[in-house]
Design a protein around this ligand. Structure first.
Ligand code: ADP
Length: 482
């Protein structure tokens, strides 16, 4: 079985390369199944990739933007044509359900098609000068070589939303995916390469964060790092980049509140809570991990939610009946279980779930866990767990709920369920978050509008949509006397 799986190489300077280090990724729905085998880079190869990207960058930036657009658009088309196959691959390696995984691949395709068009937008602005006879030209030029470091929870969409604008605006890329999900990343790189990228424009160096990732952070030729992952690693990225004056963009954790007010539509609020907290196994930085409910609706909401959570079907990611896939790997499962034990010690009541489940195949199956009657000061309410674990917190009234929602170091996404336009507007203005959802789940965003957080969740310009340009270009102001 194992020997039939091909070894996928690295990509440096347009050459596919083998190394003597190999990573075997395992299906979290069936830990006896291997998804793929991958050659891994080391620090020396990461530096070679940076050298190739450095050499390739000026010509890529001078290339016709029409060609850059066509390459990205072709990649988007191939992703769409292979939706079912790539969705299955992603579901097998990450554990999200087939519809979730297919949706993610589709989103990656949409991102490439959208960002392809950005290559052809105006490059800048013209101004009259305050001085007679001069004119001013403001241009948005490529930054140079960009290092892209991504997490495991969206193995194709997050690489897509960083790589697509980086390439569209004339940068070259060294891409290091998360250790545990190289298969989707490899497929994406292969598609882009065959879509017509010149050698060195996109380089693929899977490997450890500590070695390959850190090499990218420390290499002076890498002028920008776009990172999504944990707060601890984000702080390393910030420290390394600021030490050498490179720009950085960080998307890190969340502890996203969903506020349910007394006048909310109960069914909509329950849908938002279940979807936002537990779908994708709660492994989304925008997951609704804190459900804050005002006391007039608390008991009714709590009891209905317990029933909804208990009825969720946990299973193999490819099983059409599955609503919640397995936890991604052993380390994440251990973290989820540690927090479940901690919640009990802290005095929250585990109303449903939290136990390991056995299915037909051996996998990391965890029953979605809901703590009720929790306090916002508890560690389970303050720290990101990144699993199918949510806490329910009672609030006295709308203002109290708002204060609790904002009482967190994070500020990625925040939601409110209410029937009142006035309260909806009030929360929209006052919630401290980069993204606010009214009567909609905190997770689930569009690809053509800005994505990012406030407070400790994000640093740097927003990702996606037209605002991606801010990070992936630098501004040059020229004063010209014709
Ligand atoms: P997660 O909890 O999502 O795995 P991490 O921050 O550990 O978050 O990982 C996100 C990405 O950062 C991964 O690609 C990982 O390999 C990478 N990474 C981890 N440590 C470092 C480091 N010291 N320097 C650069 N990248 C790193």
């Amino acid at each position: 079985m194992t020997s039939e799986i091909a070894l996928s190489p690295l990509l440096i300077d347009g050459e596919w390369l083998a190394t003597d280090r190999v990573y075997e990724n395992i299906n979290p729905s069936d830990t006896e199944e291997q998804v793929g085998r991958f050659h891994l880079a080391d620090a020396a190869l990461a530096r070679r990739a940076v050298a190739a990207a450095t050499l390739a960058q000026p010509a890529w930036a001078d290339q016709s933007p029409q060609l850059r657009a066509e390459v990205l658009d072709r990649a988007g088309s191939e992703l769409l044509a292979r939706l079912a196959e790539l969705g299955e691959l992603l579901a097998r390696e990450e554990g999200k359900t087939l519809p979730e995984a297919t949706g993610e691949v589709q989103r990656a395709a949409q991102i490439f098609k959208f960002q392809a068009q950005q290559a052809l937008q105006a490059e800048g602005e013209l101004y009259a000068s305050t001085r007679a006879g001069l004119r001013v030209e403001v241009r948005h030029e490529p930054v140079g070589v960009v290092g892209i470091i991504t997490p495991w929870n969206f193995p194709i969409a997050i690489p897509a939303w960083k790589i697509a604008p980086a390439l569209a605006y004339g940068n070259t890329v060294v891409f290091k995916p998360a250790e545990s999900v190289p298969a989707s990343a490899w497929a994406l790189v292969d598609i882009l390469q065959r879509a017509g990228l010149p050698p060195g424009v996109l380089n693929f160096v899977p490997g450890s964060g500590r070695e390959v990732g850190q090499t990218l952070l420390d290499d002076a030729r890498v002028r920008a790092i776009s990172f999504t992952g944990s707060v601890a690693t984000g702080q390393r990225v910030a420290a390394a980049c600021s030490a050498r004056q490179a720009r950085y963009q960080l998307e890190m954790g969340g502890k996203n509140p969903l506020v349910v007010l007394d006048d909310a539509d109960l069914e909509i609020a329950l849908d938002c809570a279940v979807q936002g907290a537990f779908y994708s196994t709660g492994q989304r930085c925008t997951a609704s991990s804190r459900l804050i409910v005002t006391k007039g609706i608390y008991t009714k909401f709590r009891d209905a939610l317990i029933a909804r959570v208990a009825a969720l079907r946990v299973g193999h990611a490819l099983d059409p009946d599955t609503q919640i896939g397995p936890v991604v790997d052993e380390a994440q499962l251990a973290q989820d279980l540690r927090y479940i034990a901690l919640g009990r010690e802290e005095g929250a009541r585990l109303a449903v779930g939290g136990e390991l489940l056995h299915r037909r195949r051996p996998g990391h199956y965890l029953a979605p866990a809901l703590f009720v009657d929790a306090d916002n000061a508890m560690r389970i309410s303050q720290e990101e767990i990144f699993g199918p674990v949510a806490v329910l917190i009672a609030a006295d009234d709308a203002e109290h709920a708002l204060a609790l929602a904002n009482d967190t170091p994070f500020g990625l996404s925040a939601g409110v369920c209410t029937g009142s336009l006035k309260l909806a507007h009030h929360f929209q203005r006052r919630l401290q978050a980069g993204m606010v959802m009214v009567n909609a789940p905190t997770a689930g965003v569009d690809h053509h509008v800005p994505f990012g957080g406030s407070k400790a969740s994000s640093v740097g310009p927003r990702e996606q949509g037209t605002q991606a340009r801010q990070f992936f270009t630098q501004t040059k102001t020229s004063y010209i006397r014709p």
